[in-house]
Design a protein around this ligand. Structure first.
Ligand code: SF4
Length: 262
């Protein structure tokens, strides 16, 4: 996932060191989106935080605010901001962006101290493409259309959509929608195409007019899956992923905290 690559372990460690120096690390709880490397999940577990998905991000952030005063949200700024503002009642001004390419994240000490949510400057290159212009154009082209988007989209897109929800909620929304209803969906194209096939009695469109697949997710294709499985049958393990024991230990802690979320 290209978003996961936007937060390296070294960059996140440097950020935490800076927060420690300013004296706020002790009251900051890291929350990392599932789309992050094992090293970032491990950092999160080691520092009292949890992993979240788009379905449980609200619960994870509420839990974090019971444990601390601030959240460091990794690596997707949009999911963090949208959850904080739409579901936790925080304001846009309560959120600051940590830019890992700038000293001190590009923030002043007082900005860091007064922020409630420090958002890592990462994003999904697929969901980040949807724009307010897409929504305006779709509403003009298709009167009566409902705009359904994922919270990885930019805040102005989410703020102007009719329904915002995780992948699971997008599927449920279409499942429960009336026959003949019109939808423009802002999420990964493969899912939209599957929903359009499955619910041919609804009118389902992709929100962006330009087709944009997730190039990383599309590497998991049928020929490679068959190759991996046939290799296993032949007794060969291909593309094995191994995670350092220490990293795995704390990443598991962060994952278990997510599974135990109230
Ligand atoms: S759509 Fe692709 S880039 Fe975006 S979060 Fe999913 S895997 Fe990552």
């Amino acid at each position: 996932c290209s978003m996961a690559d936007m937060a390296s372990a070294k960059q996140v460690d440097d950020c935490w060191d800076a927060l420690e120096k300013i004296g706020v690390a002790g009251k900051t709880i890291p929350i990392t989106y599932m789309n992050s490397t094992a090293a970032i999940k491990s950092f999160t577990g080691k520092n009292g935080g949890a992993v979240c998905t788009s379905s449980n991000a609200t619960r994870a952030m509420k839990w974090a605010f019971e444990k601390g005063e601030k959240i460091l949200f990794l690596p997707d700024q949009h999911l963090g901001r949208n959850t904080a503002v739409l579901n936790l009642g925080l304001s846009l001004d309560d959120c600051v962006i940590w830019n890992p390419w700038k000293p001190n994240g590009g923030l002043s000490e007082s900005e860091i101290k007064s922020a409630k949510v420090i958002l890592w400057r990462g994003h999904c290159s697929v969901h980040g493409r949807f724009s307010l212009e897409n929504i305006t154009a779709m509403r003009a082209k298709l009167p009566g259309v409902s705009i359904l988007v994922h919270p990885e989209c930019q805040h102005e897109v989410v703020a102007n959509a009719d329904v915002v929800g995780s992948t699971e909620m997008i599927i449920k929304t279409i499942e429960n929608s009336p026959v003949g209803s019109k939808w423009a969906i802002g999420t990964e194209l493969n899912l939209v195409a599957r929903l359009a096939n499955r619910f041919a009695d609804r009118e389902i469109h992709f929100l962006d007019k330009t087709v944009c697949y997730c190039s990383t997710m599309n590497r998991i294709d049928l020929p490679h899956l068959v190759w991996a499985m046939e290799s296993l049958v032949e007794g060969r393990l291909v593309n094995q992923i191994s995670v350092d024991t220490e990293v795995a230990k704390y990443a598991k802690v962060a994952l278990e905290r997510m599974l135990a979320l109230p």
